[in-house]
Write a protein that binds this ligand. Structure first.
Ligand code: CS2
Length: 495
């Protein structure tokens, strides 16, 4: 058998012709960007845009140094290092066409749990001009009930007591900014790439809350000197599977231990507010706008919430992927109805944005049968996602007398899911959620108190006190616990 070509800088020239690869000299790049949270999404999105930009003349200062904060990131760091930080982006079109491209914008990786000092020092260095983040919705340590930073979180307390040996993102950012301030080095921009409305504003609020506790002068300096541009980010990126690795081996004889697969669609809408320069990402398709609010709200309330609707209902029905749900007319119709009747009426209409076309394009993207986006990924950490994606739509509809029953069924189904950890047919569902135990206990208690799940205030706020909502919800809980045939309940709402 022919031996496989490992992906490394020195073997790029041996790759089959149809694999695109960096045309630029990577040895000349410097890392103007440090990125915390190098998962699939960062690699299919920001690193992809940046790779395209580096293919244009100039821009050499905008390479990316990845940062992992947790010991669990060690493995990815080792794989990346062994591949000289190169990896293959496998873009799968709905018609079956596949484009493969080796991405070269990542040029280094540091593991903070090994040596936080080195990470802080590099962040504090003049070369670093942007620190970007994909730390997931839960990574901002917000208390969903009041939206404030959770200063009592054990890791935050640790960082306040040991500012030189931080564990959290915010501890690292504050320590690095403190050094810059002392050395009179201009602040870097902090650029959130997470699915949170006003992700920049949220990051600012959280970092300031942390810094105020640490050193009020530093907090003042951050307030003046650091920019936190809001942004909407979008590209569906399923979890990498062994099949993705085998595909590259079998089709091209390439050994890439951590490729990433994604859809062709890609969007990045950013507020142009950078304190220390920025890449001209607009020359490779990003949009810079004065106010990103309508874009991010539209995306989070339709795409991300739509994913959660399918993820939770679909898992109970026995579906396993998003495209599998969309191929089922009941699920496709339900999703569209939720979007039209509940999500859209509480979105602002914005000139230049055609919501009808956007919704239609989402159904098409979700239906891409070459993207096997597992419902398990979608349901991961639902307790951090639903307060951002779905619950605001419910609250806003309740405030103006709008419909909430399509969403109520999702919450009732989530209670059932958290209680049983199985589909309607008893097939096990793996639950990965920081609040798994609490949600399970609250869901189990439904037998005694039908609102017990809704009373998890950290997720639902005061939703359990709204009778319009609870009437629907209790009706659905009764029906589900009597017979978990979710399709029947979806049908009853639709027709
Ligand atoms: C998904 C997102 O995490 C989720 O539940 O909705 O990861 C989604 O695929 C991306 O935001 C697409 O841009």
């Amino acid at each position: 058998m022919k031996s496989l070509i490992p992906i490394t800088q020195s073997t790029l020239g041996e790759l089959p012709e149809e694999i695109a690869r960096p045309s630029y000299d990577r040895s000349k790049l410097t890392a103007g960007i440090m990125h915390i949270g190098v998962g699939g999404f960062h690699r299919s999105h920001q690193a992809y845009y940046t790779d395209q930009l580096l293919s244009e003349p100039g821009n050499r200062e905008w390479g990316i140094c990845g940062v992992g904060l947790r010991d669990a990131d060690r493995k990815i760091g080792d794989v990346l290092k062994q591949q000289n930080y190169l990896y293959t982006l496998i873009v799968k079109h709905p018609d079956g066409r596949i484009e493969n491209r080796v991405i070269g914008s990542l040029i280094d990786f540091m593991l903070a749990s090994d040596d936080p000092d080195a990470v802080i020092e590099r962040m504090a260095s003049e070369e670093t001009r942007i620190v970007s983040l994909t730390i997931t919705e839960g990574g901002y340590l917000l208390n969903p009930a009041d939206g404030e930073f959770d200063l009592d979180h054990p890791d935050v307390q640790h960082d306040l007591e040991n500012p030189d040996k931080p564990r959290t993102v915010f501890g690292h950012l504050a320590a690095a900014l403190q050094q810059r301030r002392e050395l009179d080095i201009p602040a870097f921009t902090i650029q959130s790439c997470d699915n949170i409305q006003h992700n920049g504003d949220v990051t600012r609020k959280v970092l300031l809350a942390f810094a105020k506790e640490l050193d009020p002068d530093l907090a003042d300096w951050i307030e003046w000197e650091v920019s936190f541009p809001n942004a909407m980010v979008d590209r569906i990126t399923p979890v990498t599977t062994p099949e993705d690795i085998e595909y590259l081996q079998n089709e091209f004889g390439i050994k890439d231990e951590w490729p990433v697969t994604c859809e062709p669609f890609c969007q990045w809408v950013i507020e142009d507010d950078f304190s220390n320069g920025r890449p001209v990402w607009e020359s490779v398709g990003a949009q810079f706008v004065p106010d990103v609010t309508p874009y991010e709200k539209m995306k989070i309330r339709l795409l991300n919430a739509g994913h959660s609707v399918l993820g939770i209902l679909g898992s109970i029905d026995g579906h396993t992927t998003i495209d599998g749900c969309i191929a089922d007319p009941l699920f496709a119709t339900y999703l569209r109805r939720f979007m039209d009747v509940e999500a859209t009426p509480v979105l602002d209409t914005v000139e230049g944005i055609d919501l009808e076309a956007y919704k239609a394009s989402l159904i098409e993207r979700f239906g891409n049968s070459n993207i096997k986006d597992n419902l398990a990924r979608i349901c991961l950490e639902s307790s951090s996602k639903l307060p951002k994606f779905l619950i605001p739509t419910i609250n806003e509809n309740l405030a103006k007398g709008g419909s909430t029953e399509y969403a109520a069924l999702v919450i009732a189904a989530w209670c059932y899911y958290s209680d049983k950890h199985t589909s309607k047919d008893g097939v096990k569902l793996e639950v990965v959620d920081e609040m798994k135990d609490e949600l399970h206990a609250a869901a189990v208690a439904t037998r005694k108190d039908k609102l017990s799940f809704l009373r998890v205030e950290a997720v639902f706020g005061d939703l359990s006190e709204n009778q319009v909502f609870t009437d629907d919800y209790v009706r659905m809980i009764d029906a589900l616990y009597e017979n978990p045939n979710i399709a029947r309940l979806m049908q009853a709402l639709l027709f």
